[in-house]
Design a protein around this ligand. Structure first.
Ligand SMILES: [Zn+2]
Length: 176
C-alpha cells in the first residue's frame, strides 16, 4: 500500500501543544489532527511546508472515537515530513505556529470552524514575531526542494520500487 500520510510522533504533538497553549489558548477545546505528508507538494512554484484544513461532518463523525470529547477532529494540520525533519527547532515552531494561526474558531457562528486567510490582521502579528528572520519560509521551501532532489537521486541509484528514504537523509544546513 502506498501510504501518503503518517501520524506525527509524540515530540511533534508535544511541541504543537506548547505552541497552542502559548499563542492560541482560545483553541484549547479544539481537536486538531497532525499528520506528516510524505508527498512533495508544490504550489505557485514553491514547495509547500505545511497546510491547515478544516474537516467536514463526515470526518468528524468517523473520528469521534479518537478524541476524548466525542466531537471528532475539527482541523487537520499537515506537515511535509522531509522538510520538517530537516528544519531547525526554531523553524519547526514557526511552521506549526503559522499553521495554527489559520485556525479561526468562531463558536457563535453556525459554521464555527473557519480558516483564517493570510491577509487578515492576525497574520501581521505572525510577521512581527518573525521579524528576525523574514525569509524562514522561502528558505525552508528551497531546502525542501533540495531535499526532494536528493531523495529522488538516491532512489534512482537504488532502483525503482523503493520508498523515498525520508528519515535517512542528511543535508547540509544552510546557515544564514
Ligand atoms: Zn499559511
Amino acid at each position: 500500500m502506498d501510504d501518503r500520510f503518517e501520524d506525527v510522533g509524540g515530540d511533534v504533538l508535544q511541541l504543537a501543544r506548547e505552541i497552542q497553549e502559548g499563542y492560541f489558548p482560545e483553541n484549547e477545546d479544539l481537536n486538531i489532527k497532525y499528520l506528516f505528508d510524505l508527498k512533495e507538494r508544490i504550489s505557485d512554484g514553491r514547495h509547500v511546508l505545511g497546510r491547515c484544513q478544516r474537516t467536514n461532518d463526515v470526518i468528524r463523525h468517523f473520528t469521534k472515537g479518537e478524541v476524548k470529547d466525542l466531537s471528532g477532529y475539527q482541523y487537520i494540520i499537515y506537515l511535509d515530513k522531509l522538510a520538517y525533519l530537516n528544519m531547525s527547532q526554531e523553524d519547526k515552531i514557526r511552521l506549526i505556529r503559522h499553521e495554527q494561526r489559520h485556525i479561526l474558531y468562531d463558536p457563535e457562528s453556525k459554521h464555527p470552524y473557519k480558516i483564517a486567510p493570510h491577509n487578515i490582521e492576525d497574520f501581521i502579528e505572525e510577521i512581527d514575531i518573525n521579524k528576525q528572520d523574514f525569509s524562514w519560509l522561502s528558505k525552508n521551501a528551497v531546502i525542501a526542494e533540495a531535499l526532494y532532489c536528493q531523495a529522488k537521486e538516491e532512489q534512482k541509484k537504488k532502483g525503482k520500487g523503493e520508498q523515498l528514504p525520508l528519515r535517512k537523509l542528511s543535508i547540509r544546513k544552510m546557515e544564514d
